[in-house]
Design a binder for this molecule. Structure first.
Ligand code: NGQ
Ligand code: ZN
Length: 428
């Protein structure tokens, strides 16, 4: 039996007693989201072609993206953010590229779609790092945007103006960062121009090395693998988040770790899209920073992201208990190693200060049978590695309670509007 207090606060240094008698863990930062894709979750699972792949999924996704208005985006994002909060995500990095009307023409308010996302975050109470995406070309060969990509596009000046417009909105729970869709979508010269124009503390997120074809095209056109090219051509540091970074050679693993950047691993989406497996063990050995994202939202659960991050490694290596780095308290727990990883990357990747994020907390359901007889030493493992019931009972963002008894305060009304919106979206 563990002799310490049975109800306590988890910190990366171990559990410590809490006067409230609750089991408290940090809120989880969701490092990668495309909110609109929540509306197509479970709807791209039919074969369209015997050689279905990421690239055929992308066509389905583009057809869906073409249906969104600012009002529909608001309704879908609000539902998604309720689901995130109830699952234990207290902040979201929203990688936003549906900027213009479907035909590519800007809305009268060029920030209309961004404002829909900000409103959804404010109305639900989730903390947000809004990352308006720079998207310019349809491939490494710099071909123009395809018909369905037109609503994503910006020239550099208009993009920088959008960032300026949105920065005015920043407050205690909203940050605005910068985002390059991918090396495919941003040629070298505009990339340099945008990076040079950013405020010194701006966060920068970028999709990178997710698919083998993308690595091959990059080698063919730019003479280097994507991560290698980025490390050699941009001042990648702890303000950067590399999304996916699935396909890495040893030098790239070491290079990202040395740069101080964070990798946003999107386990369930990477599985769903057939991307490949992130080299987690090598990256942890190199001392790399990482966090998780729910990306396309076929799952909205930090538990599932973290559980399958470990399980993917087990399946590939036929071993067990792989993501372990012994903590300051001597713990060799997989769950605590994973939780320490996501907790440590939250400030770096979102741009909020660690002191601000300290107000983001989850209270777990200490009365759930899964926790019977639990100790400080096995509580986190039981949370992450047993069962499928959501064990998050209360959620606090910036000290304010937004989920009680497992339910978001406005969940019913938001779900109703989502239902109406989706039915209309699907019958268009
Ligand atoms: C996206 N999603 O931007 O939504 C991408 C697909 C692309 C993921 N990579 C489109 N999971 O990469 O071109
Ligand atoms: Zn993405």
């Amino acid at each position: 039996m563990n002799a310490t207090a049975p109800n306590s606060v988890w910190t990366p240094q171990g559990w410590r007693g809490d006067a409230s008698g609750e089991r408290i863990v940090p809120g989880i930062a969701n490092l990668h989201s495309h909110a609109f894709q929540r509306a197509m979750a479970g709807m791209a699972e039919r074969q369209t072609n015997p050689a279905d792949s990421f690239w055929t999924w992308r066509e389905t996704m583009y057809r869906f993206a073409a249906r969104f208005t600012p009002e529909a985006l608001y309704a879908v994002a609000a539902q998604l953010y309720v689901e995130m909060l109830e699952a234990g995500y207290t902040s979201v990095c929203e990688f936003h590229y549906l900027h213009h009307a479907p035909d590519g023409r800007p809305y009268a308010d060029r920030a209309a779609m961004s404002r829909a996302l900000i409103a959804a975050a404010r109305d639900t109470g989730i903390r947000m790092t809004l990352l308006p995406v720079l998207y310019m070309t349809g491939g490494f060969d710099e071909r123009p945007l395809g018909e369905r990509q037109r609503r994503f596009g910006h020239e550099v000046d208009a993009y920088l103006r959008l960032l300026d417009t949105l920065r005015v909105e920043q407050d205690a729970t909203l940050r605005v960062g910068c985002c390059l869709h991918s090396l495919r979508a941003v040629p070298p010269a505009p990339m340099r121009e945008v990076l040079a124009a950013l405020p010194g503390d701006s966060r920068v997120h970028v999709h990178i090395a997710e698919q083998v074809a993308e690595v091959e095209d990059c080698v063919a056109v730019r003479g280097a693998r994507p991560v290698r090219w980025l490390l050699d051509n941009a001042a990648v540091d702890e303000r950067w988040t590399l999304v996916h970074a699935t396909h890495l050679d040893d030098g790239e693993v070491q290079g990202i770790a040395r740069s101080g950047a964070t990798v946003a691993i999107c386990t369930t989406t990477e599985a769903n899209l057939g991307d490949g497996l992130f080299p987690l063990r090598d990256y942890l050995d190199a001392g790399g920073h990482w966090g998780v994202g729910s990306d396309s939202h076929i799952s909205v659960s930090p538990v599932e992201e973290l559980r399958w991050l470990e399980y993917g490694q087990r399946l590939a290596t036929r071993r067990r208990n792989i993501a372990v780095s012994v903590g300051a308290d001597g713990s060799d727990s997989v769950g605590e190693t994973l939780l320490r990883g996501v907790a440590a990357s939250a400030a770096r990747s979102t741009g909020f200060a660690a002191a601000e994020l300290a107000g983001d907390r989850l209270v777990l359901d200490r009365d759930a049978p899964i926790f019977a007889g639990a100790t400080d030493g096995d509580y986190v493992d039981r949370w992450l590695f047993s069962g499928n019931r959501n064990l998050v009972r209360e959620v606090f963002v910036a000290g304010e309670r937004v989920v009680a008894d497992g339910r978001h305060r406005d969940g019913e009304a938001i779900a109703r509007r989502y239902g109406e919106t989706l039915r209309a979206l699907l019958t268009d």
